[in-house]
Design a protein around this ligand. Structure first.
Ligand code: GLA
Length: 683
């Protein structure tokens, strides 16, 4: 609701209304409905914006001066213009509403028209009021090797803050994405849900305030802690976007909105296919050599995969990379290990009929490196304290344009010298430590923000020059994954923990927000107590890959993997581009089930997993979702070990979609770590 001279106010956020009914909406009087509340007048309320004006005054008030709407190919962008009647500050609230996906991106542009510098002390991307009731927040938290664990909390009076101070790896501990279930604790397939994802790769703050009014107030944006921003005269500060969605189909429904929007409008190469890769890390760790790489290329080719990626350990001249304590920064081949260089590896890749990709960690430096010797001032580090090391490394200072050039050069040099390099795994293994930028000098408060802007500058340059090269976003597992970074990456590494049991929980968590297409899941030797089939079936739910010496597998397991790769390749359009329905949560018991349905509902793939069932446990059928009730579906269990038959009662039978959704399939068993992959084909 925009009336010139008054604050812009929220009217409604929910299911789509028709134009006539929209006229009936009035601004609620039992809440604080300012679209972008500023600090200074109504001080008891929380603010989305606060600043110190050039004269030292701390108050800001925002009233509307108009609005406009611009059409884009698939969206409309509405701008609400606000200004402070006393100070020359202009604020534009921006809302990009997509026509074909239920998603609105909201962000804010703050312009300083004062005579001097203004210091921004709070600068949320957006605020959303949520009507009180039995509102629950679902969010992700975790740590290394236990990323994206899902929890649900009922919103109570007070503040609920999720905040990150890590600098560059903002999703190890918490996530800048949340879901609000409006009618009780979040359910996967029923109930009204608001989803919110902040598209930002640096420090963030999500804050839900429940005060004495009838609303909860959700604020999301950059974490201003240690980050006040000096906005120069004439400068405009653009916040990251907050993507907001709404669904009446529960958490899974809101997730599907994120997945569709993510694939179509955010993710790099979101509309393209993905290759099955073998990564060298868990097979050989730092023990890289030409023969070993050649063997692994042959292995993945024989498996039916398309890409081999050489991980850490291939670089460093003066200080060869034998462990994680040397050579980051020195992106030249270690010729002791690889006498024929990248050229030789590309030759082997061609011989083996696979593409070749390479691991880099270009934002980092080991003090034991030629780069650090030459440019100690390029690292973020305190000049006057004993240095603290996280994984023996420091973060390069990307607020410095020269450092941006260097980091861009890491990719650019490799691709200029070896244009056939077809893929990068881009790692980031340290948070920002020893927080001091030699470049920013007396503007240290801007380090966190300028550093992230520097990363985006580099990524933009890479995308502009090499738009077709896919890149995996990795960060000591899943420490970095958000919808701004994913504009530049085709996929992300969910976790260094590849124990398939743990992965059921981790992948369930990430899938709340991110599409399977973006989630790398590899078959490894973690948890050898589980079968290769189980490990492969778990990885097959996302972007399938391998991270092990394939020689470890016996003949049957190899045949199984070849078949599983062929099945996945045949079905990847459904798995990676279809609609995901989460059916049975591993958080609720001893089983898990997820399915994918093609948008035309002619094909679906169902995954069921038994984790640690109890003796004599009563097993419930899995009720499917997303099928066409009227169509008949043939049920077929696939991914079977050689010489074994399916014992699924429904196998090879035909049922209506209605039956499968109402009665379901008895797919669970009381076996430990047992899995099924079931293909459904409309007849
Ligand atoms: C991180 C990644 C791993 C691997 C190692 C290499 O931990 O998550 O997959 O690339 O770095 O050092």
């Amino acid at each position: 609701d925009v009336e010139n001279g008054k604050p812009a106010q929220y009217l409604y956020f929910g299911s789509k209304l028709n134009a006539a009914d929209l006229q009936n909406l009035t601004v609620a009087t039992n809440g604080r409905m300012d679209a972008y509340p500023a600090y200074g007048l109504n001080t008891p309320a929380e603010a989305a914006l606060a600043m110190r004006h050039s004269d030292g005054n701390l108050s800001t008030a925002l009233v509307a001066t108009g609005s406009d709407v611009k059409q884009e190919a698939n969206a409309t962008v509405t701008t609400i213009h606000l200004k402070d009647p006393v100070y020359n500050i202009k604020v534009d609230l921006k809302y990009r509403a997509y026509k074909d996906v239920d998603m609105i991106e909201a962000w804010t542009e703050i312009n300083n028209g004062e005579k001097g510098t203004v210091t921004l002390t709070t600068f949320a991307s957006a605020m959303l009021p949520i009507r009180r009731g039995d509102v629950w927040m679902s969010h992700l938290s975790g740590t290394w090797a236990a990323e994206a664990q899902l929890s649900h909390e009922k919103l109570q009076p007070g503040e609920f803050v999720i905040r990150n101070n890590d600098g560059v790896r903002n999703s190890h501990t918490d996530h800048a994405e949340v879901m609000f279930s409006l009618n009780g604790k979040g359910q996967e397939n029923t109930g009204a849900v608001i989803g919110a994802a902040l598209a930002y790769s640096g420090n963030y703050k999500l804050k839900t305030v429940t005060d004495d009014t009838e609303y909860h107030y959700f604020f999301a944006g950059i974490n201003e802690q240690n980050s006040e921003y000096h906005l120069k005269k004439g400068e405009t500060f653009k916040t990251p976007a907050l993507a907001l969605t709404y669904s009446n189909e529960g958490l899974s429904g809101a997730s599907r909105n994120f997945h569709k929007w993510g694939r179509k409008y955010v993710l790099a190469h979101g509309d393209q296919e993905r290759d099955i890769l073998l990564n060298s890390w868990e097979g050989v760790y730092f023990d890289i050599n030409q023969k070993g790489m050649d063997q692994m290329m042959a292995d993945i080719h024989s498996m039916g995969g398309e890409l081999f990626v050489m991980d850490d350990g291939w670089f460093g001249k003066k200080y060869p990379r034998k462990r994680d304590n040397t050579a980051l920064g020195d992106w030249v081949v270690d010729t002791e290990k690889l006498p024929d260089g990248i050229e030789g590896l590309l030759r082997d890749a061609k011989k083996n009929g696979v593409k070749f990709g390479i691991w880099i960690e270009p934002e980092m430096v080991n003090p034991k490196s030629e780069l650090f010797e030459k440019h100690p001032d390029w690292a973020i580090t305190l000049p006057n304290r004993k240095t603290y090391y996280y994984r023996n490394q420091l973060v390069l200072d990307l607020s410095n344009p020269k450092v941006q050039d260097f980091v861009f050069g890491v990719v650019d040099n490799i691709l200029t010298e070896n244009p056939e390099v077809a893929y990068f795994k881009w790692d980031c293994n340290s948070p920002i430590t020893n927080v001091y930028s030699p470049y920013l000098k007396n503007k240290q408060g801007q380090l966190y923000i300028d550093h992230v802007r520097g990363i985006y500058n580099v990524l933009k340059r890479i995308k502009d020059k090499y738009p077709n090269v896919p890149m995996m976003l990795c960060s000591g597992g899943g420490a970095r994954c958000d919808y701004e970074a994913l504009k530049y990456y085709t996929e992300f590494w969910c976790s260094d923990n590849t124990d398939p049991i743990e992965r059921l929980f981790i992948q369930w968590g990430f899938s709340q927000i991110f599409p399977a297409k973006a989630m790398c899941a590899h078959v490894t030797s973690w948890n050898k107590k589980t079968s290769v089939k189980f490990r492969t079936d778990v990885a097959s739910m996302c972007k399938l890959g391998f991270d092990l010496g394939l020689k470890e597998l016996n003949a049957d397991e190899q045949t199984f993997c070849q078949n599983a790769v062929a099945n996945w390749t045949r079905l990847k359009k459904v798995i990676l581009d279809g609609d995901q329905y989460r059916l049975v949560s591993p958080y609720d018991g001893n089983h898990m089930s997820v399915m994918y349905a093609a948008p035309n509902k002619n094909k679906a793939v169902l995954y069921t997993y038994d984790i640690h069932p109890r003796f004599g446990e009563k097993l419930l059928p899995v009720k499917l979702q997303g099928l066409d009730a009227k169509k008949m579906y043939k049920v077929k269990e696939i991914n079977l070990m050689p010489n074994s038959k399916s014992n699924l009662a429904a196998n090879e039978k035909t049922y209506s979609g209605d039956y499968l959704m109402k009665v379901g399939i008895n797919a669970f068993t009381t076996n430990q770590a047992f899995s099924r992959v079931i293909e459904l084909t409309a007849e």
